[in-house]
Design a protein around this ligand. Structure first.
Ligand code: KIV
Length: 298
């Protein structure tokens, strides 16, 4: 497979320590870039584990990448919990963050705490993520107060993309950048252990980094953040819906997968598969006895 890139994997993979909130904060302090990726099932979790990432997010982007919805809005808590549980089974050391889906936390602090508790109790997540500032700041505070770590998410927040004017970069005017700043600082003050910046100008991130003490993970937010996150299916070229400009592809797996299945189909149709090495044998005597018994009994 010549497409497998020759990239060094971390040396400590055989004895990695589990990622914890203090270790994440320490990484920021030491200016060690934090690597986060999404995963939605057992195999993608195993890939993230083997690649030595720091944080895995069961993003509600899974609504689109694995469940085929047109946006992140329709996915239910039960669907997210099924994805998160599968990821938990494939993951040992990275911090596991579950994304609270649209409509599962906005109505009240009680609703937010109850949903967050399901991600911890039923799916085994270490933390949850919610989107936006505004009323989400109070929800983040309530969840943190209930003992569950919360990651914030500002800038482009796909759950409310319609209200933001579509899937477009945020904070591109002074007043919109100030809004992003206020949201991020409020989430930090509410006790979020980390914040995602999505689709904001690199220069705005750079200014904001001076004000934030918690680790900031960027996606389309430039290089100044403490870490980066990408969607698994975007970075590996599995999903071919709309891809934002920040979604660099590090592989073209969909093409490889289609080629593999097409080759299988071709070999079945030509009678080339299965070959003798793919089949089981039976002694000639046993086969003859089987034939005779079948003849006698049917
Ligand atoms: O759902 C998701 O994948 C996300 C990341 C893009 C941060 O929220």
């Amino acid at each position: 497979m010549s497409q497998i890139p020759h990239v060094p994997v971390p040396q400590n993979l055989h004895d990695p320590l589990p990622m914890t909130l203090p270790r994440l904060a320490e990484k920021k302090r030491l200016a060690e870039p934090i690597v986060m990726v999404t995963a939605y099932d057992y195999p993608s979790a195993q890939v993230a584990q083997a690649a030595g990432v720091d944080v895995v997010l069961v993003g509600d982007s899974g609504a689109m990448t694995v469940l085929g919805y047109p946006s992140t809005v329709p996915v239910s808590t039960d669907e997210m919990l099924m994805l998160a549980s599968a990821v938990r089974r494939g993951l040992q050391t990275p911090l596991l963050v579950g994304d609270l889906p649209f409509g599962s936390y906005e109505a009240s602090d009680e609703q937010a705490i109850a949903t967050a508790q399901r991600f911890i109790k039923e799916a085994g997540c270490d933390a949850v993520k919610l989107e936006r500032g505004g009323t989400s700041v109070q929800r983040a505070l309530a969840i943190v107060d209930s003992g569950i770590p919360v990651m914030g998410h500002v800038g482009l927040t796909p759950q409310t993309a319609t209200a933001l004017g579509g899937y477009r970069a945020q904070g591109r005017t002074a007043s919109r950048a100030l809004q992003v700043a206020h949201d991020a600082i409020a989430l930090q003050e509410a006790g979020c252990f980390s914040i995602v910046f999505e689709a904001i100008p690199a220069a705005v991130s750079e200014v904001l980094m001076e004000r934030l003490e918690v680790p900031v993970i960027g996606i389309g937010a430039g290089p100044a953040t403490d870490g980066q996150v990408l969607v698994f299916h975007d970075l590996l070229g599995i999903y071919d819906g709309h891809a934002p400009r920040f979604a660099k592809r590090f592989g073209e797996l969909k093409a490889l997968m289609v080629a593999g299945v097409a080759q299988y189909a071709d070999e079945v149709r030509r009678g080339a598969f299965p070959a003798p090495e793919h089949t089981y044998s039976i002694d000639d005597d046993e086969l003859a006895a089987f034939r005779a018994d079948l003849e006698a009994t049917t």
